[in-house]
Design a protein around this ligand. Structure first.
Ligand code: FAD
Ligand code: NAI
Length: 475
C-alpha cells in the first residue's frame, strides 16, 4: 500500500536532508529517500558532501597538514619529533570514522525531526491528484504518494573522454580519498578546487604531484591578485602546475598511467604517474529518476531546469543543489533546501547568490565572497581596493604562517563592500565576517570602525578595510 506524505525529498545530501528537516520543522509529514550505501550495504545519508566530498577531504587535509607540520615546521618552534612515520591505514581509518559519525548524525536528525527515511532509489511513477507517486527501489520496495517532491540528487564526477574512472589508476574524488599507498608520482588533471585540495593532501604525504590544467590562467574565477599569490605559494611547496595544456590521450598499464598532452606552446609531452586524479568538474545527476517518463525538463548539460525559486517545469516538483544551476557547494544546496521548504509552506524563502562564500581548503586557504577586481573592471564599475598582508599581522607571525593577504573591494562612491578576497591562514573562518557585512550592505568604513580582538587574524580584515581609505595602522 502506498504511504502518504506531504513532501518527499529524493536525495539525502546537504540539499536534500536539510530540506527534509526544514519541511518537518514547518509541520509537514516528510520522507527522504537516499540510495548511498556504506561498505556494509547500509544507509549512508549525507550525499557526496559527507561520503566522498567536503567532510572526508577536510579530514585528510587536516591529517596531512599535521604530518607536514611535524616534518617541516615543528623544528621552527624548537620541537623535535625524532623520526617521522606515517600510518596511512590509520589516517584513512580516521577519515572513515568521521564520515560514519556524520552519516549516523543525519539518521539521528531524521528521527529527531520525524522525517521518514527510505534507503533506496527514488523515481517518479506518475502524477496523481495534483501530487506524485514515487517508487523507492532497492532491497525493500515501497510506493509513496505525496503533494510535493524536492529533487536533490546531486552530481557525479566528470570523466575525461576515453578515460573512464577505474578508481584504481584513474581516480575520481572517490578514489582520490582512499589511495592505500602514497603514490611516488601523482598526476592531477584540472587545477580547480578538488585538484588543488587533493593534490595538496598527497603532496604533503610525500607524493610528487603534477597538475595539468587546460586553461591558460590559474584559478580563473578567483581574484587575479589572490590567485597569483596562491600560485606562488603552491609552487614553492612543490606542487608542479602546468597551465594551458591539451590532453590527447590517457593510457593505463598494470602499474600506472601515461598522460599524453600538448603543453602551452603546443609541444608534445608525456606524464607518467602511479595514479591519476581527474578533477575536471562535475555533472548533474538525474540517473534513475525517470525524468523523461514524467517530462521533467533538463538543460543541455543535464541539469534540471529551475526558475529563481527552484521550481521545475512540473507542478509541485522542486529541485535544489548540485542538480540545478549555480555553484556546486554544500552550503548553496542547504540554503536552497531551506528556501524551498519555506516556499512550500507559503513563506518567502530567499537565497542571496551574491553572498555565497567560496573556500578552497589548501594551505594557504583561499576564500572569497562577492565580485573580483577583474569582474568589476569588466563591468566598468568604479571601485576602491584595499589590501593588508598577513606578514604585518602579529597573530599570523605567532602562528608562523604569514603567507597571503586580505583584500577589500568597495564602491568608489558609496564605499559599499563589493567583494572580499582572502588568501592565507584561516581564510575559511575569516570570510564569514565579510559575508555578514555584505548581507547587511556594510561599507568598508563600517568594518574599519569595528573593534577586532588583538592579536587575531581578523585584524588583517579590519586593516584591509582601512586600506580602502589608505589609512592602515600597521603597514
Ligand atoms: P549530493 O551531496 O551529491 O547528494 C545527493 C544524494 O542523492 C546522494 O546521496 C545520492 O546517492 C542521492 N541520490 C541520487 N539520485 C538518487 C535517487 N534517484 N534516489 C535516491 N537517492 C539518490 N562543497 C562545499 O561547500 N565545501 C567543500 O569543502 C566541498 N568539498 C568537496 C570536496 C569534494 C572532493 C567534492 C567532490 C565535492 C565537494 N564539495 C564541497 C561540493 C559538495 O559536496 C556538493 O556541492 C554537495 O554535496 C551538493 O549537495 P547535494 O545535496 O546537491 O547533492
Ligand atoms: P572545478 O570546476 O573546480 O575545476 C575543474 C578544472 O579542470 C578547471 O580549472 C578546468 O579548467 C579544468 N579542466 C576542465 N577540463 C579539462 C581538461 N580536459 N584538461 C585539463 N583541465 C581541465 O571542478 P572540480 O575541481 O572537479 O570540483 C568540482 C566542484 O566541486 C567544484 O567546482 C566545487 O563546486 C565543488 N568542490 C568544492 C570544494 C570546496 O568548496 N572547497 C572542494 C571540492 C569541490
Amino acid at each position: 500500500m502506498s504511504k502518504q506524505f506531504d513532501v518527499v525529498v529524493i536525495g539525502g545530501g546537504p540539499g536534500g536532508y536539510i530540506a527534509a528537516i526544514r519541511a518537518a520543522q514547518l509541520g509537514f509529514n516528510v520522507a527522504c529517500i537516499d540510495e548511498w550505501k556504506n561498505d556494509k550495504g547500509g544507509p549512508a545519508p549525507g550525499g557526496t558532501c559527507t561520503n566522498v566530498g567536503c567532510i572526508p577531504s577536510k579530514a585528510l587535509l587536516q591529517s596531512s597538514e599535521h604530518y607536514e607540520h611535524a616534518g617541516h615546521h615543528f623544528a621552527d618552534h624548537g620541537i623535535g619529533v625524532g623520526k617521522l612515520s606515517l600510518d596511512l591505514a590509520m589516517l584513512l581509518g580516521r577519515k572513515d570514522g568521521i564520515v560514519k559519525q556524520n552519516n549516523d548524525g543525519i539518521l539521528y536528525l531524521f528521527k529527531k525531526n520525524k522525517v521518514a527515511f527510505f534507503h533506496g532509489r527514488g523515481s517518479f511513477v506518475a502524477g496523481k491528484d495534483g501530487g506524485w507517486q514515487i517508487k523507492v527501489g532497492g532491497a525493500a520496495e515501497e510506493e509513496l504518494t505525496t503533494k510535493h517532491v524536492i529533487i536533490a540528487t546531486g552530481s557525479n564526477a566528470r570523466a575525461l573522454p576515453g578515460a573512464d574512472f577505474d578508481e584504481k589508476n584513474i581516480l575520481s574524488n572517490d578514489g582520490a580519498l582512499r589511495i592505500d599507498k602514497v603514490p611516488k608520482k601523482l598526476g592531477v588533471i584540472g587545477s580547480g578546487v578538488i585538484g588543488l585540495e587533493m593534490g595538496s593532501v598527497w603532496r604533503r604525504l610525500g607524493a610528487e604531484v603534477t597538475v595539468l590544467e587546460a586553461l591558460p590562467t590559474f584559478l580563473g574565477a578567483v581574484d587575479e591578485q589572490i590567485a597569483k599569490e596562491a600560485h606562488k605559494a603552491f609552487t614553492k611547496q612543490g606542487l608542479k602546475i602546468e597551465l594551458g595544456v591539451k590532453i590527447s590521450e590517457v593510457k593505463t598499464s598494470g602499474s600506472g598511467v601515461k598522460v599524453i598532452y600538448a603543453d602551452a606552446k603546443g609541444g608534445d609531452k608525456e606524464l607518467v604517474v602511479d595514479k591519476l586524479i581527474v578533477s575536471i568538474g562535475r555533472v548533474a545527476n538525474t540517473i534513475g529518476l525517470n525524468a523523461e517518463g514524467v517530462g521533467l525538463k533538463l538543460d543541455d548539460r543535464g541539469a534540471i531546469v529551475v526558475d529563481d525559486d527552484c521550481k521545475t517545469n512540473l507542478d509541485n516538483v522542486w529541485a535544489v543543489g548540485d542538480v540545478v544551476r549555480g555553484p556546486m557547494l554544500a552550503h548553496k544546496a542547504e540554503e536552497e533546501g531551506v528556501a524551498v521548504a519555506e516556499r512550500i509552506a507559503g513563506q518567502h524563502g530567499h537565497v542571496n547568490f551574491n553572498t555565497i562564500p567560496w573556500v578552497i581548503y589548501t594551505s594557504p586557504e583561499i576564500a572569497w565572497v562577492g565580485q573580483t577586481e577583474q569582474q568589476l573592471k569588466a563591468e566598468g564599475r568604479a571601485y576602491k581596493a584595499g589590501t593588508f598582508p598577513f606578514l604585518a599581522n602579529g597573530r599570523a607571525r605567532a602562528l608562523g604562517d604569514t603567507t597571503g593577504m586580505v583584500k577589500f573591494l568597495a564602491d568608489a562612491k558609496s564605499d559599499e563592500i563589493l567583494g572580499v578576497h582572502i588568501v592565507g591562514p584561516q581564510a575559511s573562518e575569516l570570510i564569514s565576517e565579510a559575508v555578514v557585512a555584505m548581507e547587511f550592505k556594510a561599507s568598508a568604513e563600517d568594518i574599519a570602525r569595528i573593534c577586532h580582538a588583538h592579536p587575531s587574524l581578523s585584524e588583517a580584515t579590519k586593516e584591509a578595510a582601512l586600506a580602502v581609505d589608505k589609512r592602515t595602522l600597521n603597514f
